[in-house]
Design a protein around this ligand. Sequence first.
Ligand SMILES: [Zn+2]
Length: 250
Amino acid sequence: MAIVQANIRAVLRSEATRKINFKYGSWIINEQAFTRLAVQLDQYRSSGNPLVGIKVSVDEDIPVWAAGEYLSTSDDIVVPKLNYGMDIIEKGVLLHECVHAIVDTQQYSTKMFDPDNESAAYIGEALFRIYSGAPINIDKSVSNRYEITIREVANRIAYLIKDSPGAEIKEKDYNSLAGSVLAHPKYSQKGWTRYSRRSMDGPMANLVNVFGAVAYLSLRKTSDPSFRFVPVRNVIREAVLDAAQAAKKP
Ligand SMILES: [Zn+2]
């Protein structure tokens, strides 16, 4: 695990990543968010407790098209091999998954949806590649026509907002990117729509967040409070989801 973890750390600390600074709806993807993520990765590593911080794991059976993935229920960045992240393409993928992890921890929005989560990650990846001096070469590195469209739109947005710290992605731009994400079978086959949400949000999530906040405050009295809120909230969220699933069964 050490190699890919070191690679993620290097990506998070890189000059290119530190330049990434944009706002997508209520999500803020900037240096502070990346630094916080690095702390969350360290927290899992030093505690070994799967409920604390954010994990990195290797799954050799990961679908070829996925390259990497982020599992929001278990707070897990999953890569296809132990030494993932050696070249600029793989580093870009790691950055992409890191944006998903940040979105997961910032999911306080009620307006952002699955295709937005994906769009934010593609914009982050495009910016990372541009700031690294190796912009994604759509002709050479992309073969799937749906992905070509996604990369083209993401690149266009990235060039629009680059070097404008805190730039807000305009609604028409993210809608166009979200549209090309949805056009890709790999996402539409997951049953995504423009307004679908993988993670729970809305009134139920607010209730869960209240429970999470109470748990956080009680933990805070007894132990180190740093960043425990997110895992605790997720644990409760999962418990509620399980309960909801169980209730649905006849
Ligand atoms: Zn993604």
